[in-house]
Design a protein around this ligand. Structure first.
Ligand code: ADP
Ligand code: MG
Length: 634
């Protein structure tokens, strides 16, 4: 009996396929295993992860690791992916205009408008016919403030709203004789101009609704009687207030809120013919991607130093140089993918830390080097496990072999390997020749987009938002799903989840998402991120991989990699490709593994010449292991 382990070291995960060969020469896969890749893919740091994954496979096959006769490694594609974000607009409030914010417990309800007046001011200075919005500084106790509001009202003044520095809105609201909207926790109350037209809005509390006048440019225009030109200018204000439960807007004489474009640096895209195209990052994703595709194949991309994107490209280049021991300037960036996005940013000059959704460009880059030091990894595994380690084949080719064990597939076939750092594609024609391509942008980019668009600042949570549908806990016994259907539960949910937006995890668990977004909004953001990265890349990959033929002539497209485990990505890609008449589906490697384990399985098949798993003869270059000269060690 002999045991052979195929090991695929990916950017994110290390996968193993374990084969048993009996004395009579029959082969059988007896186990598979997965462990997260330790260290940067293609470096010696991968060894512990590999050893761990192999041990797991041995465990589940019920054998000792010592019984494994040989380990097959893939020649990992010498590419790594990295992601970055560049903000390209900023909302700036100059002078004293204030835009409102969203305290957790405002008071009252409705829209109030009037002139801003300090609550302790001398009433005689004020015209009783003009409504007022009173300002309550932190030095005034809530009971005193409530008494003063009642005094203003008793003397015939029209108090239309209140802005409070401390978290006292509810306390004041409970003690006054008028029903007015009250916004509190305005930390920098002293910055609010006195004697100016002011509007305060609080949405009805119980309904979960948000404000609807001050988040609408025409609502603000109505309140302040603005001209069309002035209305144009307050659009960023309205946009910043969308979704708020309460808000304040004050009109100052110079009324200065503006949206500025930040110079975000330029990308230099150098093609293989040696010419360079220049794109300013702030022109947005479409222009960047058009330039990339017009200059395909790309030889290198450089970013202006000082910008985030330039920094990211240099970082990726430097880490690759370190891994391979090559000079930084010999490392090339062979692909970038850009996506337009919006990210919440603190408004410059705001009074209480307001946020505005600013435009940004997200970028993923694919860095390429000559060769990864695979031999060093092989040597490391050999000394840990005391077994023969062979570098068996090229990652993309092995992925094709593994994918072809999916029932119902045949050549010609295209595979899409959707991982964490890259979207790889390969095409095998009827002569069994394989072409492959590595594109930047995959699961990690989707996670980054979700993280920033929802303002989570928590990669782990963003990863969960990507993988699971969301819902709103309506009562202790019912949830409303993203599509509006209501589910009744047998057991009550944890009371702390009441009213919250949660993720419905695979194991039946509910995980709260700490943002004030409805399940519908989360779904929209999540699906848009997936579409912009994966549908776009599937189309790019298939078009590039079939240079002479039309994409329509590919009969089969098989999706592998763990991003194809996603509950909606495969369907989105299938829908998009159906327009070209292509049959596209998720792999079922060896008829049982789903889209997992394709490369690891391919390595084993390549070593045994296909066995009974492939119904065609493997060409020599796919069935012989790679001769490698040991990598230079320093
Ligand atoms: P690699 O080959 O580069 O190591 P993988 O094939 O392991 O990559 O894919 C890693 C990516 O798959 C990550 O972006 C991860 O978020 C994503 N992923 C893993 N499991 C799931 C899942 N159940 N649903 C959606 N995405 C998933
Ligand atoms: Mg992979």
């Amino acid at each position: 009996m002999a045991y052979t382990a195929g090991v695929d070291i990916g950017n994110s995960s290390t996968e193993v396929a374990l084969l048993r060969t009996s004395a009579d020469g029959t082969h059988e896969f007896v186990a598979s295993a997965l462990y997260r890749t330790t260290g940067l893919k293609g470096t010696k740091k991968n060894v512990p992860g590999v050893v761990n994954a192999i041990s797991r496979a041995a465990d589940s096959a019920g054998i000792d690791v010592d019984e494994i006769d040989r380990v097959l490694l893939n020649e990992a594609a010498p590419v790594i992916g990295d992601v970055a974000m560049e903000t390209i607009t900023e909302t700036v409030i100059t002078e004293s205009t204030m835009i409102g914010h969203d305290p957790s417990t405002p008071g009252g309800v409705g829209l109030g408008q009037g002139t801003s007046v300090e609550i302790t001011a001398d009433r005689a200075d004020h015209d009783p016919d003009e409504p007022v919005v009173v300002l309550v500084p932190e030095t005034v106790d809530f009971a005193v403030a409530a008494g003063l509001v009642n005094d203003w009202v008793d003397e015939g003044y029209d108090v239309a709203g209140a802005i409070v520095q401390r978290d006292d809105a509810v306390l004041i609201h409970n003690r006054i004789d008028v029903e007015i909207p009250i916004v509190d926790e305005v930390s920098e109350l002293d910055k609010i101009p006195r004697g100016q037209p002011t509007a305060v809005e609080v949405a009805p509390q119980a309904t979960g609704k948000s404000i609807d006048e001050l988040s609408n440019p025409y609502g603000i225009a109505t309140v302040f009687d603005l001209s069309p030109e002035e209305t144009q200018k307050i659009i960023p204000v309205a946009r910043a207030l969308v979704g708020n439960k309460s808000a304040v807007v004050i009109k100052t004489p110079s009324g200065d809120v503006e949206e500025r474009t930040i110079p975000a640096g330029k990308l230099h895209i150098i093609n293989e013919r040696g010419s360079t195209a220049e794109v300013p990052v702030d022109e947005g994703a479409d222009v960047i991607m058009e330039t990339v595709m017009d200059n395909w194949p790309v030889a290198d991309v450089q970013g202006e130093s000082g910008s985030n994107i330039g920094g990211m490209l240099n970082r990726a280049r430097a880490s690759m140089a370190e891994v391979t021991g090559q000079a930084v300037d010999s490392i090339e960036i062979r692909d970038i993918v850009a996506v337009d996005t919006l990210i919440p940013q603190e408004v410059e000059g705001s009074v209480a830390g307001e946020f505005s959704m600013e435009s940004a460009v997200a970028l993923a880059a694919m860095v390429k080097t000559q060769q990864l030091p695979m031999q060093q990894i092989a040597d490391g595994i050999e000394s840990e496990l005391d077994t023969e380690v062979i570098i068996q084949g090229v990652e993309a080719n092995m992925a094709v072999l593994g994918s072809l064990t999916t029932p119902g597939t045949d050549v010609p076939v295209a595979i899409l390997d959707m991982g964490g750092g890259s979207t790889d594609a390969a095409y095998m024609n009827t002569d069994k020749d394989i072409d492959s391509i590595h594109l930047s942008g995959a699961g990690d980019m989707v996670t980054m987009l979700i993280d920033s668009e929802l303002g989570l600042d928590d990669r782990d949570l963003a990863e969960a938002v990507k993988k699971f549908p969301s819902a709103k806990v309506q009562t202790l016994f019912s949830i409303r799903e993203e599509d509006g259907t209501v589910d009744f539960l047998d057991d009550p949910v944890d009371p702390s989840l009441f009213g919250r937006t949660v993720l419905l995890e695979d194991d039946g668990g509910m995980r709260p998402v700490p943002v004030s977004k409805s399940p519908e909004e989360i779904r929209r953001i999540r699906r848009r991120a997936k579409r912009r990265v994966f549908v776009k890349n599937a189309e790019r990959a298939l078009n590039l991989i079939t240079p002479t033929e039309s994409i329509r002539q590919i009969p089969f497209v098989v999706m592998v990699g763990r991003s194809s485990l996603d509950f909606e990505i495969p369907e989105m890609i299938s829908d998009a490709l159906a327009e070209y008449g292509i049959v596209c589906g998720r792999a079922n490697v060896r008829g049982e593994m789903g889209p997992r384990n394709a490369v690891a399985t391919g390595l084993v098949l390549s070593h045994i010449g296909g066995g009974s798993y492939l119904d065609f003869e493997l060409p020599a270059e796919l069935s012989t292991s790679l001769e490698r000269t040991p990598a230079k060690t320093n």
